[in-house]
Design a protein around this ligand. Sequence first.
Ligand code: ACO
Length: 450
Amino acid sequence: MSGKAGTIGNAPRETTVAAQQAAPETALLRLGDQEIELPVVVGSEGEHAVDISKLRSQTGYITLDEGYVNTGTTTSAITYLDGETGILRYRGYPIEELAAHSDFVEVSYLLMFGELPSAEQLDEFRQGLRQHTMLHEDIKSFYSGFPRDAHPMAILGSVVGALSTFYQDSLDPKDPSQVNISLYRLMAKLPTIAAFSHKKSIGQPFIYPRNDLSYCANFLQMMFAVPTEEYTVDPDFAEALNLLLIVHADHEQNCSTSTVRMVGSADANLFASISAGICALWGPLHGGANQACVEMLERIKADPDGVGKYVDLAKDKDSGFRLMGFGHRVYKNYDPRAKIIRATCNRLLSKMDRKDPIFEIAQELESVALSDPYFVERKLYPNVDFYSGVVYRALGIPVGMFTVLFAMGRLPGWIAHWMEMHESNTKRIQRPRQVYTGAQKREYLPVEKR
Ligand code: ACO
């Protein structure tokens, strides 16, 4: 494929180099004797894309890009990230500034509605969320049906999907007022659903939401309070949770967000789409990596051979072992979220006057890996999941709940993308193509002749 400004290669690195040059208006594609012009799309931060949507109708060819390594599925105005330099911005605001000055509810508003709220809008939004924190009493009976050892992500996905049976009055994705009430319900109820799944797993009674508390403080009291005792939320814990939710709140077209968009593109309702996103997030190559990472650190702690053995294992392709919390499809630099979480970790542990051997192992592993040519050459750095588990542990959150907290953080991002897709006048059902490699037409043999 060649454009006026030169060749646009397939490999991500080459594409980045080409993208730094001035954008041509079109790219020329030569296929045998045929030459066609393809439009070039330029994003607001100078990202370049070749629009191939007419390629098949003009040439009979499709593009093939397993894992969507080099494929944009949409334009989006929500989150900008530059993986080469380690930049992450929500609606134009750097993640570092939002983490320093905002809270999760305000960031959620920004992501979903596009602008930072005025004081009045923010107050109204908080009040609105407070009105919807309780679950329908019948939802509680779902929890009795799950086995005691059910993974809380399985419960979360199921109960969120089941919300569509309780709120049948608000399932139409084309009605903005129905979408709006569903958005409030989801944001307000997800912490309650999550905390109930934890209480179920330890056999304690459910603790109802308290609307006088902040979003994070309320979640912590639903997780840790018991009816028999007074419970006071530690403000340092609520603040650490707030930061974790902010840094997880959106990350453009990742696996779970793309899932939410894909399911939503069929006009499935918001609850069904978010439930699908929760299932995608559960995978250990995605949000499940925070659980896998702490389990790996525990394993290293228990092993007298220490960190070096695991760095060697990660480099050995036959071992099937990867350093969890390391590497990222997009970041080829230090993940800015990991920096914020690492600092939170330091702050929290020193305030608690506590040493966590897992945190020490994580830091040692990071420094060994970052000076090893295998990781340096492949640009593998700690990602958001590397230190988040250590903070969750310090807060007393059990390992099985780590990915649930990721889902709570990612919820406003999922909703923002789902709404952006529905508001777009170019929305179509998402339906990728394939290159068929199976058997050609053959004769059917009745079973007795096979
Ligand atoms: N440990 C050891 N080697 C690794 C690791 C790792 N964690 N990650 C990537 N590599 C190596 C690969 O073996 C490959 O090497 P090669 O070029 O010699 O074959 C090279 O680095 C590129 O890796 P890919 O798997 O091609 O990269 P991809 O973009 O497909 O995968 C992923 C990204 C899934 C995040 C990967 O780095 C990984 O498995 N990391 C561990 C799991 C993890 O932490 N996931 C959380 C991601 S963040 C999130 O979803 C919120």
